[in-house]
Design a protein around this ligand. Structure first.
Ligand code: GAR
Length: 208
């Protein structure tokens, strides 16, 4: 069994494509001192992402990096790795980052990339997870914090939270209910990592 990280303050680099409510929830936990971390920088692949303004308001370095400016995914990711390493980031946090990471990022940050997904994995991987859950007719859904591996939404699961799905739910109402839980379990998962309590054996995560 391998300890994910030794106990100590996390230096986070956050990748996001959109609204940034998970960024806000993580920042709030840092400010409350519930999470022993600093937010080193935010990177978005979307020029108009609200998360960039949210980072600026909090005086967090923020970058729009346009994947189209690079001749390959590897070159794009190499640039991200350089930005993250220049800030001594030790944990990469995906928060609504709508791209699949490739080998450049995942080998530079092996077992050091976490993601949140708005479903109880391995159900409803990929896009529009909340809509998929409503369509399927499940009675419970939720969210999952997991380590990122080369698959899509397949890495070892750190924490999950469950919410009911009601008969009159649509994608938006379910997404709103799930988001409340996302905002609790993401920073809590990060804090367990900061406390050095997260261990990995195969694809199973143990909290000690
Ligand atoms: C969140 O619901 C997150 O779980 C989801 O995107 C939203 C981002 O919201 N992520 C994925 O679907 C990843 N496959 P936010 O920008 O307000 O944090």
């Amino acid at each position: 069994m391998k300890r994910l990280m030794e106990a100590g303050k996390l230096r986070l680099g956050l990748l996001a494509s959109g609204r940034g409510s998970n960024f806000d929830a993580i920042m709030a936990a840092i400010i409350r001192q519930d999470l022993n971390a600093s937010m080193a920088l935010v990177i978005s692949d979307n020029r108009d992402a609200a998360v960039l303004q949210k980072a600026a308001v909090r005086n967090v370095k923020n970058y729009f990096v346009n994947p189209r400016d690079f001749e390959s995914k590897s070159k794009y990711e190499q640039h991200l790795v350089e930005l993250l390493q220049a800030e001594s980031v030790n944990l990469v946090v995906l928060a609504g980052y709508m791209r699949i990471l490739g080998s450049v990022m995942l080998s530079a940050f092996k077992d050091r990339v976490v993601n949140i997904h708005p479903a109880l994995l391995p159900s409803f991987m990929g896009l529009n997870a909340q809509g998929q859950a409503v369509e399927y007719g499940v009675k419970y859904s939720g969210c999952t914090v997991h380590l990122v591996d080369t698959g899509m939404d397949t890495g070892p699961i750190i924490m999950q939270a469950v919410v009911p799905v009601y008969q009159d739910d649509d994608e938006d109402s379910l997404a709103t209910r799930i988001l409340v839980e996302e905002h609790k379990i993401y920073w809590r998962s990060l804090q367990l990592i900061a406390e050095g309590r997260v261990y990995l054996e195969g694809r199973r995560v143990f909290i000690r």
